[in-house]
Write a protein that binds this ligand. Structure first.
Ligand code: MN
Ligand code: MN
Length: 408
């Protein structure tokens, strides 16, 4: 039954007394259509309203009593982003234009069908990627003229520094989907330097002179100025794409994040990927966090950049403390982006029944976080107690060793 049907039923019930509002019926209605009220505050929302979104946004509709003040919007869903449909797949983006606060990082979500190619291109921003699904072949060249070609699968990451030219192709049987993270909130995936575009906008005689061949050989450049995301034949095995006579790069542009032994607690895991374990990646630190049902990514903050986070699986509430008495809580689903300005305190709580998996990314060469719990454990207890007047049980439970996901 949709929301309107329920309202009509409720109206009919009120008017004609056709149904008794038993406790069970009231509970079912409350479950179906949450109301913006808690004891002593708020009231029902007679509508108009979007009940689907209200159900997803429990902490926006009925904020925790601890929320206060004016914070900018800190969440945007890829589901609300324009989809660009192309012949070889699709793409959409969440940038500063969608999420105004996100000045330091922008994200792109892309799907390449089997054989689908993201055209050979480069851009000013650096590109960090996490493979969400399937397999892909990626190629690049470094500034010393050494080549790179590799196959990546779900859980792998890649990094292309600013200006490094590259390509991505979906492999069999079903191509790939991935998340791209750029170190510039104003990045625009629709505005990159693409190879066919350059050919199309360079005189044939110049192309001929550049490549040392007759200019007439370039009469067949494709009509469309951009190929962008287009279908192409599936490549052979990786070994067949090694460049004979070329020198491979000395620092790989790809990394196997899931091969890493994670930081593990009783409630989840964290894998960190930054320049200390992935040397070519000098601009985008990231952490892949898994939180079991009921678990919490502990209260913490980061001193080295805004956090741009992406939910891969599950659902969460994200509580952000901005100082000066300001705090706001947001609900996130798989495919949503969260943003936490530098230094603001925050937590993510798994509010679903299954695992929560998300990526924390930062415009920084290294990952760093400060734990509230560990800070308190490493401060003289009497001093801490003078601030917060805590029960001895709290003081005794403090952890001198950081645990990113709790309970431990
Ligand atoms: Mn790119
Ligand atoms: Mn964080």
């Amino acid at each position: 039954m949709d929301f309107l049907s329920r309202r009509r039923m409720l109206a009919a019930t009120a008017a004609g007394g056709l149904l008794t509002t038993s406790a069970t019926a009231r509970t079912q209605l409350a479950d179906a259509v949450p109301q913006p009220q808690r004891p002593g505050r708020g009231g029902t929302d007679p509508g108009p309203r979007n009940a689907v979104r209200d159900r997803q946004n429990a902490d926006i509709l009925v904020p925790p009593a601890t929320d206060h003040g004016s914070l900018p919007n800190l969440r945007f869903s890829f589901s609300d982003s324009h989809m660009r449909l192309e012949t070889g797949g699709w793409t959409r983006q969440v940038t500063q234009r969608e999420l105004a606060v996100a000045t330091s990082i922008a994200g792109v979500n892309m799907r390449l069908n089997a054989g689908g190619v993201r055209e050979m291109h480069w851009h000013k921003a650096s590109e960090w990627s996490y493979m969400l699904y399937g397999t892909a072949r990626i190629t690049a060249m470094d500034a010393s003229g050494r080549y790179f070609v590799d196959d990546v699968a779900a859980g792998d990451v890649w990094f292309f520094p600013s200006g490094v030219p590259h390509s991505i192709q979906g492999l069999g049987p079903d191509g790939c989907e991935f998340l791209l993270v750029f170190d510039d909130g104003n990045f625009d995936e629709d505005n990159t330097f693409m190879i066919a575009d350059w050919f199309k906008h360079t005189p044939n005689e110049v192309l001929g002179k550049n490549f040392g061949v007759p200019g007439s050989l370039f009469d067949h450049t494709p009509e469309e100025s951009q190929r962008y995301i287009f279908p192409a034949p599936l490549p052979g095995p990786l070994s067949s794409d090694k460049i004979a006579g070329g020198t491979p790069v000395s620092k790989s542009f790809s990394s196997r994040l899931m091969a890493q032994d994670p930081i593990r607690t009783a409630s989840g895991t964290m894998r960190i990927s930054d320049s200390t374990v992935f040397p070519v990646n000098t601009t985008t630190a990231a952490a892949l966090v898994e939180v079991n049902p009921g678990g919490l990514r502990e209260l913490h903050w980061h001193p080295n950049g805004d956090e741009w986070l992406y939910v891969i699986e599950g659902q969460a509430r994200m509580g952000v403390f901005a100082g000066q008495g300001q705090a706001r809580t947001f609900d996130l689903q798989a495919g949503d982006v969260g943003y936490i300005p530098v230094a603001m305190g925050h937590y993510l709580e798994n509010t679903g029944t299954g695992p929560l998996r998300f990526l924390e990314t930062f415009k920084s060469p290294y990952f760093v976080d400060f734990s509230l719990d560990t800070w308190m454990a490493l401060t003289p207890p009497k001093l801490v107690d003078a601030h917060l007047d805590l029960d001895p049980q709290v003081m005794n439970a403090l952890r001198k060793t950081k645990a990113p996901v709790v309970p431990t």
